[in-house]
Design a protein around this ligand. Structure first.
Ligand code: FAD
Length: 210
């Protein structure tokens, strides 16, 4: 009887120790792991949001120079006149208030892999455990002789939505001739495809930019 009691006692003691060690492992306060994301476009924002949703214990910082993001997707509808430029403009406020993501409005100018830090134009340095680099694409303005950034108002690219989308839109609608041509293009795009395809294909907003 006394052996059985001792065995029970030892088992109980070992179990308690294991639970204690496991409990300590899971409950002991640990420094939060830091994920830093460069670029608050579609890619960076989706990464930030879903990391926070999946693991609340991870500290997520998003670095983005602009306070608002205009989506390229649906910008064709702005050109077609079926939605406003403001309807494709998004702020980052909800990321902070709803998902607890730290927003840093600055431009990353360097990554120090050895020290695991990102240098910002504003002069600060942000440490990370894991880094996601999602800055999108950009132009090499000097790649074509005779072309440079000063031409983007005359020859808008609209590769980045926002002011460039508006610049193209203005070229369609500002002078009377452009306005007339734009009407012709719209009639062509909205009516004729329906006739050609005998209304079997649903109408989409497509814009021809010459
Ligand atoms: C006209 C047009 C229409 C499109 N339509 C569609 C569509 O209908 N459907 C679709 O799926 N896709 C569409 N796309 C493609 C889609 O827009 C891109 O695939 C998407 O935007 C890419 O997301 P991203 O986050 O990689 O880059 P981006 O959206 O370009 O975002 C990059 C972000 O990084 C920031 N950044 C850059 N450098 C730094 C730095 N050094 N430090 C900090 N931040 C930095 C920028 O400010 C920017 O906010 C379209 C594209 C265009 C041009």
């Amino acid at each position: 009887m006394s052996n059985l009691t001792r065995r029970h006692f030892l088992g109980l003691a070992a179990g308690t120790a294991a639970v204690g060690i496991a409990g300590y492992y899971f409950l002991a306060p640990k420094a939060k792991k830091k994920v830093v994301i460069i670029g608050g476009g579609a890619g960076g924002v989706i990464a930030a949001k879903y990391i926070r949703k999946a693991v609340n214990m991870i500290d997520v910082t998003l670095i983005e120079p602009n306070k608002h993001y205009h989506t390229c997707f649906m910008s064709n509808e702005v050109l077609a006149g079926t939605r406003s430029i403001d309807s494709i403009k998004f702020s980052y406020d909800k990321l902070s208030s709803q998902y607890g993501i730290n927003m840093v409005y600055d431009t990353a100018i360097g990554i120090e892999a050895n020290t695991k830090t990102v240098r910002l134009q504003g002069g600060t340095t942000i440490p990370y455990d894991r880094l996601i680099v999602s800055p999108g694409v950009d132009f090499q303005w000097d790649a074509i002789d005779g072309h440079d950034e000063s031409l983007i108002e005359k020859i808008p690219h609209a590769w980045k939505a926002g002011s460039q989308t508006v610049a193209i839109l203005l070229q369609f609608v500002s002078p009377p001739v452009s306005h007339f041509l734009w009407k012709v293009v719209r009639i062509f795009l909205t009516k004729i495809p329906h006739l050609w395809h005998l209304q079997r294909i649903p109408l989409r907003n497509k814009v021809l930019v010459c």
